[in-house]
Design a protein around this ligand. Structure first.
Ligand code: KG4
Ligand code: ZN
Length: 339
């Protein structure tokens, strides 16, 4: 029997400590994600120093749990992969140093990966045969970008946000209303059954033909409505307000994707990133693909928010394409993605 290769992924770019083992046939043997939501929740957002300090406390335990659930030992790992950037530098350095230490002592190759590219690649964990060209919409707490992909690992940026990311806008409004952190899932829950047209949020108009996004206008309009209507966590109109706000963010994302589809004639659409967990967004995304007769791909919710399976699966792809990995002990974290 041919022994399968095991790829270990490590992800600590923000406030999730995660480790995963993926085989070379892209089977996810384990994907352990420890969220720090409870730690950052009282602050309504991530406190970078607390994030790094908690990664360093948890990372070893997360690795042990990951190997246990995968049913393998560290000696069975053939390749180690880790997120190099972008993200919170202190958080990234914990994962990076840990991965370097493992690679050095175990004499295994190390493949660093980009966080945004890993998010896009998460769509390929469960879907091998994605027809190209594809349009990939990445929506997270730190980024909102649209790419044209002619093949795997080939990205042309069509648009990115000029101000806030979509997830960031959701998180900020939830913080302002003091309804919980992270804002996206809280808003999704509290807006259930709410009316989406009760509060009007005009879609931002770009003067040029750009496919860039902008969410700061929505945020300003939302803050104005909150003040004018004295909205708070107990208001009877909160549900309608949140439903209208979430609906507007989703509409802005989908309208850009639609515009891009008309211009670039893709075969398929990809949705990824933490906000891709959102039910309303998933439904509108699927409806657009059906309307246009395109294939649509989005990861299962566990692979949308930050996780190490997407890191390991991207490293596997890079390995298959010739990147054998090396132990570069001077490898450093970076804050800005080239993607
Ligand atoms: O990809 P991710 O885990 O981290 C970044 O790379 O930023 O995305 C986190 C973002 C947060 O803004 C969070 O509010 C949002 O994803 N999010 C959601 C949902 N789950 C997470 N937004 C809307 N609906 C959700 N169910
Ligand atoms: Zn992310």
């Amino acid at each position: 029997m041919v022994q399968e290769m095991n790829i270990l992924g490590i992800e600590t770019s923000c406030d999730e400590t995660s480790a995963s083992v993926v085989t070379d046939s892209m089977k996810v043997l384990s994907n352990i994600v420890l969220s720090q939501d409870e730690i950052h929740s009282p602050y309504g957002g991530i406190v970078p120093e607390l994030a790094s300090r908690n990664h360093i406390i948890s990372i070893n335990f997360i690795l042990e749990e990951c190997l246990k659930r995968a049913g393998i030992k560290m000696k069975d790992i053939d390749l180690i992969s880790v997120t190099q950037g972008p993200g919170l530098i202190g958080s990234l350095l914990v994962g990076l140093s840990f991965a370097k230490g493992l690679a050095y002592t175990l004499e295994k190759p190390l493949v660093p990966v980009d966080h945004l590219e890993a998010h896009i690649h998460s769509a390929f964990i469960e879907n091998r045969d994605v027809p190209f060209p594809a349009l990939a919409l990445l929506v997270s707490g730190g980024h909102t970008s649209l790419y044209l992909m002619r093949k795997k690992m080939d990205y042309m940026v069509l648009g990115r946000t000029r101000d806030d990311a979509a997830g960031e806008a959701l998180d900020k409004i939830a913080k302002f209303l003091d309804i919980g952190y992270p804002g996206g899932p809280v808003i999704e829950k509290l807006s259930q059954g709410g009316k989406t047209k009760e509060f009007d949020f005009a879609l931002p108009k770009m003067t040029d033909q750009s496919l860039d996004f902008s969410f700061s206008g929505f945020k300003t309009a939302a803050l104005r409505y909150i003040k004018k209507n004295n909205l708070n966590r107990k208001s009877p109109r909160l549900k309608d307000f949140l439903a209208s706000f979430e609906h507007s963010v989703v509409s802005a994302l989908i309208s850009h994707l639609k515009k891009a589809a008309l211009k670039h004639f893709p075969e398929s659409l990809i949705l990824c990133g933490g906000v891709a967990r959102n039910k309303r967004l998933r439904e509108h995304f699927t409806a657009l693909a059906e309307e246009k007769g395109l294939c649509s791909f989005m990861p299962s919710p566990e692979f949308c928010t930050d996780n190490a399976a997407m890191v390991a699966s991207l490293a596997l792809e890079k390995y298959k394409q010739g990147e054998k990995g090396k132990l570069a002990l001077d490898l450093n974290a970076y804050a800005r993605s080239p993607y």
